[in-house]
Design a binder for this molecule. Structure first.
Ligand SMILES: *[C@@H]1O[C@H](CO)[C@@H](O)[C@H](O)[C@H]1NC(C)=O
Ligand SMILES: *[C@@H]1O[C@H](CO)[C@@H](O)[C@H](O)[C@H]1NC(C)=O
Ligand SMILES: *[C@@H]1O[C@H](CO)[C@@H](O)[C@H](O)[C@H]1NC(C)=O
Ligand SMILES: *[C@@H]1O[C@H](CO)[C@@H](O)[C@H](O)[C@H]1NC(C)=O
Ligand SMILES: *[C@@H]1O[C@H](CO)[C@@H](O)[C@H](O)[C@H]1NC(C)=O
Ligand SMILES: [Ca+2]
Length: 527
């Protein structure tokens, strides 16, 4: 049964080259077995899986309720936004609903009543999953498109952001960038971030409502006007540095910077006709699964690749446990038309029993020892199976042996430690007086100055005498007439000059004795 079913699907990938099948059951001279292919999920409507955030707080209209006008009817301000009334509210979710009845539902901002303070809004879409765009991003504005806006993207779940495209009715004025069109880009500039004036002009608010990020036009640079030559595109995505990543996002952000003006100037006497209203944001893309999955499912609030080829992870970005005899690799579109699966291999299958925990791709047979050993262990590992950490590194206890982060640098303080090796918990071996895991601290009664030195003076036992003051535990600053490590010595005594009547000369003997006793207690001075 299984045999038959699989035979039916077998022909599909070979015929279409669409990368939509990960494996099939084939018969060869050696009998039936699985054959594996590079594969990717189908494109989906990504707005169905998105979470949205609109900033700043209070930018959504209706709290308190507010009247607004339109550019068509600037003095007939009968429309009202009221967040507490479902019929009059315009919450962010209305940018992602399906408008079955044909009536536009939209998110709407407050009006520009604070002019000339700019009216700024951020709409941030997050997927918690890498997405590869396959078609244009289309944002539909009711009541006119912004005259200045920016699209940003993140590839790391919103930790860092990068400009994706600039939009303005005057690019030079708004962003000091020349206006360009995606259609005019070439093969070498297909991933250029540009400013376009195509989507910001006033053309009547009913006529031109959409702002695009043109994915298809960029694809067309390689695949031709009707995207017929997808093979060429796939070849380019594989080889051109940064091109694949350019179309990959985890988050998108629309920064709305100036609303539609309906003319050249802002009319201060009627600020109620200036606001943003977005009825739809269409994002079409597929889950990034590194060509190791053809299914992507929505589980526990996040998209997740159904990984094949013995890979695992949200993006199939690593090999499954016990399948790490060589490093993980993404599947490849090449060679055409079926690509290479670059499947993970079971431990032990590659070279007899030489497991390298994914830190090496190569093993070598050492003749005179009669062993097979991993070559050029990466990730700071060493050993026959790359199972140890290099000197100067220690084992990360929260990482598996096949984790890239398995070895952590010791980072011993160069001056405070004996050498740059450390024990299994990352502790370095300290020189005298130094302490702390990295030997960058001093023990009590030691001070740091290019290493740890014992205190010369302090506020407890090693008191400076005769009114001397202790400078940073390094030395006593003695008053005139005294000297010695703790100012314990009168200059008169030392010099044997006639200094009768010098202050403190007689009374200092007891304090000197005390100071010397303290030194002796601490073991610095042998009396
Ligand atoms: C919008 O996001 C950008 C960063 O991408 C930030 O600098 C800016 O302050 C945000 N604007 C608002 C209104 O929250
Ligand atoms: C993001 O996805 C990961 C992996 O599926 C999951 O563990 C995590 O809880 C998700 N985070 C959020 C904020 O949904
Ligand atoms: C993955 O592992 C399973 C179980 O060992 C094996 O049957 C299958 O052939 C492997 N798949 C690939 C692509 O290596
Ligand atoms: C230890 O390994 C874990 C799991 O991979 C990783 O998240 C963590 O960053 C590693 N710690 C260090 C200090 O590298
Ligand atoms: C590493 O050294 C520290 C400090 O000497 C010690 O507390 C710790 O137990 C040592 N760890 C191991 C595994 O020996
Ligand atoms: Ca809508």
């Amino acid at each position: 049964m299984l045999y038959l079913a699989a035979l039916l699907v077998h022909c599909v990938p070979l015929a279409m080259g669409q990368y939509d099948i990960c494996k099939s059951w084939v018969t060869t001279d050696d009998g039936p077995s699985w054959e594996f292919y590079a594969c990717q999920p189908k494109a989906m409507r990504m707005k169905d899986y998105v979470t949205v955030r609109v900033d700043p707080a209070g930018i959504t209209c209706g709290d308190p309720p507010e009247r607004f006008c339109t550019h068509e009817n600037p003095y007939l301000c009968s429309d009202e936004c009221d967040a507490s009334n479902p019929d009059l509210a315009h919450p962010p979710k209305l940018m992602f609903d399906s408008e079955d009845e044909g009536l536009a539902t939209y998110w709407q901002s407050v009006t520009w009543r604070r002019y000339p303070e700019p009216l700024l809004a951020n709409i941030t879409l997050s997927w918690n999953k890498s997405i590869e765009l396959t078609d244009d991003i289309v944002i539909t504005f009711e009541y006119g498109r912004p005259t200045i806006m920016m699209l940003e993207k993140s590839l790391d779940n919103g930790r860092t952001w990068h400009p994706y495209q600039y939009y303005a009715d005057d690019c030079m004025e708004a962003f000091s960038m020349p206006a360009r069109r995606v259609r005019d880009l070439s093969t070498t500039s297909a991933n250029r971030v540009l400013c376009t004036e195509e989507y910001s002009r006033w053309a009547g608010s009913k006529k031109e409502k959409t702002v695009r990020f043109e994915v298809r036009d960029r694809f067309a640079i390689f695949a031709g006007p009707d995207l017929k030559n997808m093979d060429n595109l796939y070849t380019r995505l594989e080889s051109a540095k940064g091109l694949k990543d350019f179309f990959t996002v985890t988050d998108l952000r629309m920064r709305l910077l100036r609303p539609a003006l309906g003319g050249t100037y802002v009319q201060r006497e009627n600020l109620y006709k200036y606001f943003y209203a977005v009825s739809n944001i269409e994002v079409t893309g597929r889950c990034k699964c590194n060509l190791h999955a053809n299914l992507c499912t929505f589980k526990e609030g996040s998209l997740q690749c159904e990984c094949e080829h013995n890979t695992t992870g949200q993006d199939c970005g690593k090999c499954k446990k016990n399948f790490r005899s060589r490093s993980w690799r993404a599947g490849s579109y090449l060679p055409l038309p079926n690509g290479s699966p670059n499947a993970c291999a079971a431990a032990g299958s590659a070279f007899g029993n030489c497991e390298c925990y994914g830190h090496s791709n190569r093993c070598s047979y050492i003749d005179f020892l009669n062993v097979v050993t991993c070559v050029s262990c990466k990730h700071n590992t060493r050993g026959q199976h790359c199972q140890h950490c290099r000197l100067g590194f220690y084992r990360n206890s929260s990482a598996e042996l096949d984790d890239e982060n398995v070895c952590i640098e010791c980072n011993c303080n160069q001056i405070g430690s004996m050498h740059d090796r450390c024990n299994e918990t990352g502790y370095c071996e300290c020189r005298e007086g130094a302490t702390g895991p990295k030997c960058d601290d001093c023990l009590p009664n030691y001070y740091w100055r290019q290493g740890c030195f014992p205190n010369v003076c302090d506020d407890e036992l090693l008191l400076c005498q005769n009114g001397g003051t202790c400078y940073q535990n390094q030395r006593c600053i003695c008053p005139v007439g005294f000297k010695g490590v703790l100012c314990q010595q009168s200059r008169c005594e030392a010099d044997k000059k006639d200094c009768d009547g010098a202050p403190g000369a007689g009374g200092s003997l007891a304090t000197v004795a005390l100071g010397m006793l303290a030194l002796q207690l601490r073991g610095w001075v042998d009396l």
